[in-house]
Design a protein around this ligand. Structure first.
Ligand code: GLN
Length: 240
């Protein structure tokens, strides 16, 4: 029997892919294979043709300069991405692309980088960088463990929910204890590290939403996650 294909699109890997974010792509691919699916990875960089069919979209972080580089193309792709979001395609956007899935990122130098407004969030660059290991609590995924490094302070509007509550670290803005944002099947987060190898529950959520969307069901088996559990235990003990 032919394996069921799942198409994973990585957004702007050339400019938006730092602090290990590539590990998110590897994790989704590997876990899809373990569950018996046939993952197909596509990359989208500025000027490329946007693929006709996509099951999961992943995006990473980047320097302010990288964000400026992709901005024009991202705005061009905005209707396509909005359509996918409204069709409940699961997406994970980290840091720089999390910010640009919001309304805007105003850098500390006063440069206004417009976002595509999928997430009801606004981001303002500050003088202080928020750097270090971070742990948050979430109802759906339990403890979420990662690493953050950003100057942008993100504030959530009414159209989104935070992904987690900060236990250690800064999170969205260092003030309101929130980290990340959720809207439909989109997760935005500041957590690098990479996020998914240490938080397989989120990877499985993305795969489940994608498989149900495309095939009406998700064939999930029990995986041996002891390496991930061990990595979580160690990362949890790290100082800020
Ligand atoms: N340039 C953005 C900031 O500093 C995003 C950084 C990142 O993606 N790690 O806030």
């Amino acid at each position: 029997m032919n394996k069921k294909e799942l198409t994973i699109l990585q957004l702007y890997p050339r400019d938006m892919n730092i602090y290990g974010d590539w590990g998110n792509v590897l994790t989704v691919i590997r876990r899809a294979q373990w569950y018996g699916y046939e993952p197909k990875l596509l990359e989208y960089n500025p000027g490329d043709t946007f693929p006709v069919h996509v099951d999961i979209v992943l995006g990473g972080g980047g320097q302010d300069a990288g964000q400026e580089k992709i901005q024009a193309d991202l705005l061009k792709m905005s209707p396509k991405l909005h359509e996918l979001v409204e069709n409940d395609v699961p997406m994970l956007m980290i840091c720089g692309l999390y910010q640009l899935f919001g309304k805007f990122f105003k850098t500390k130098d006063g440069v206004m980088i417009d976002g595509i407004g999928i997430l009801d969030i606004e981001t303002y660059g500050g003088e202080e960088r928020m750097i270090g290991n971070i742990v948050t609590d979430s109802d759906e995924f339990g403890e979420i463990i990662g690493y953050e490094n950003h100057s942008g302070q993100t504030f959530l509007g009414e159209g989104v929910q935070p992904l987690g509550t900060v236990r250690k670290g800064a999170g969205n803005n260092g003030q309101d204890n929130g980290e990340g944002a959720r809207y439909r099947h989109v997760i935005g987060s500041y957590l690098h590290g990479s996020l998914l190898p240490k938080n397989p529950a989120i990877a499985d959520w993305l795969l489940e939403k994608a498989a149900i969307q495309r095939y009406g069901e998700f064939s999930q088996t029990i995986l041996d996650d002891h390496f991930a559990s061990h990595a979580r235990e160690i990362a949890l003990k790290r100082p800020r």
